[in-house]
Ligand binder design. Structure first.
Ligand SMILES: [Zn+2]
Length: 145
């Protein structure tokens, strides 16, 4: 069985469209200068309804991390690291962090990789197609290039 696939809503559709192109966009509220995630009908800072999506560099720092050992459903490879990412240009995201791309040659699923994700780790966004419609943003260690 494959894992559940996110279903875009009118609110989240621009996010998924951008992800499919390899771009990270997040909601930005010009009224109170706040970047936030997940998209909501009104800005969580000031309740303004007229926020818009803006591009993010997709670079950031691990603020908090947990290693998930028990799959939330079919189709998830465990263990995996789930982290709160503080984006450099504002906003925070909850995302998978795959330390398997760190250049150690290990495969992405082994336990050591998930355990290598630590608070303060520099990360950048990476995109993995899940279906023709949905491309998932992941984060991987940022070598600083
Ligand atoms: Zn606001």
């Amino acid at each position: 069985m494959s894992r559940p696939v996110p279903v875009p809503t009118p609110l989240s559709e621009p996010f998924w469209d951008a992800a499919r192109r390899g771009d990270l966009v997040i909601p930005y509220c010009p009224a109170c200068d706040l970047r936030f995630f997940v998209p909501e009908p009104a800005c969580p800072g000031c309740m303004a309804p007229d926020w818009r999506y803006v591009p993010s560099t997709g670079r950031g720092t691990v603020y908090s991390v947990t290693v998930v050992h028990r799959a939330p459903g079919p189709g998830f490879d465990t263990p995996f690291a789930l982290a709160v990412i503080d984006l450099d240009d504002g906003g925070t995201l909850l995302s998978h962090v795959d330390a398997g791309d760190a250049g150690d040659g290990g495969d992405a699923g082994d336990a050591g990789d998930a355990a290598d994700v630590a608070i303060g780790l520099r990360v950048r966004v990476d995109f993995r197609p899940l279906t023709d419609e949905i491309t998932l943003p992941y984060f991987v260690p940022d070598a600083g290039d």
